[in-house]
Ligand binder design. Sequence first.
Ligand SMILES: Nc1ncnc2c1ncn2[C@@H]1O[C@H](COP(=O)(O)OP(=O)(O)O)[C@@H](O)[C@H]1O
Ligand SMILES: [Mg+2]
Length: 256
Amino acid sequence: MTTAAKAVQTTGTTAASARQVTKTYGAGETRVTALDSVDVDIQRGRFTAIMGPSGSGKSTLMHCLAGLDTVTEGRIWIGDAEITGLKDKQLTKLRRDKIGFIFQAFNLLPTLNALENITLPMDIAGRKPDKAWLDQVVETVGLADRLKHRPTQLSGGQQQRVAVARALAARPEIIFGDEPTGNLDSRSGAEVLTFLRRSVDELGQTIVMVTHDPVAAGYADRVLFLADGAIVDEMLAPTADSVLERMRRFDGKRTS
Ligand SMILES: Nc1ncnc2c1ncn2[C@@H]1O[C@H](COP(=O)(O)OP(=O)(O)O)[C@@H](O)[C@H]1O
Ligand SMILES: [Mg+2]
C-alpha cells in the first residue's frame, strides 16, 4: 500500500484536474449555477490558493475536486484516476487513500492526545503509519514536545497544526483545506500557514487552500481567482500586497 501510494505521488505533474465542470443546485427558478464550465489543473508539489468573493463557488470547486460533492457536468481527476462516475464505495476508498482534508473546525477528538489524533485515520483504515515519515511530519509541524497533550491543552494554532499533521501522515496525493486558518488569530494563522508552506517545500506535499485572506494567499505558489463560478484570473508567486491589489481591481470592476 505504502509503495503504491509513493509510486503514484512521483508520477505525473498534475495532482488534480477539472474539465468543463459545471455544478448547479436546485431547479427551475431557484436554480443556482455554482460552477460554470471550469477547467483547472493543480500542479503536484505546489501550494495553490483559491480566492474569490463569498458565493463565487470556492467551496463548491474544492468539494468537487475532492470528491465530496458530485458535478452536474464535466470530469474530475485525482492524479491519473478519474473520480467522476465512480460509485460511492470506490470514491470513499479513493478519498481515504489519496486525499487529506483540513477544515476550519479542527475536528480533533478531545479524548485522544495529539499523536493519537494524528494517526487515527490510518488506525481506522487499518494502515500502519510509516514511522520515519511520521517523525518527519511531527518534526516539521513542530509538535514533537506536544504529542502527549490533549486538544484542550493546546492553543488553536497548535490544534490546527495537529489537524494538518493528521492530513499529512497518510501521505495523501493532495490535501484540501477550506479556510484552514479561518478560526485562528493572525499569529496562530501564520504558524499554520508557515507549516503548510514547509510541508510543500520540505515534504513535497500538494496543497489546495480556499481562503478569502490575502495574507494567507501570499503563502501560496499560485492563486486562482473565482467569480460567479468561473476562474477569472490567476497569479503566480503572489504576495499579500499583490493579491490585495488584484482584489481591489475586481471590486472596482463590479461597482463601476
Ligand atoms: N447545497 C447548496 N444548495 C444550494 N445552493 C448552494 C449550495 N451550496 C452552495 N450553493 C450556492 O452556490 C454558490 C457557490 O457557493 P460556495 O461554493 O459555497 O461559495 P463560496 O465558498 O465561494 O462562498 C452560492 O450561490 C451558494 O449559495
Ligand atoms: Mg465557502
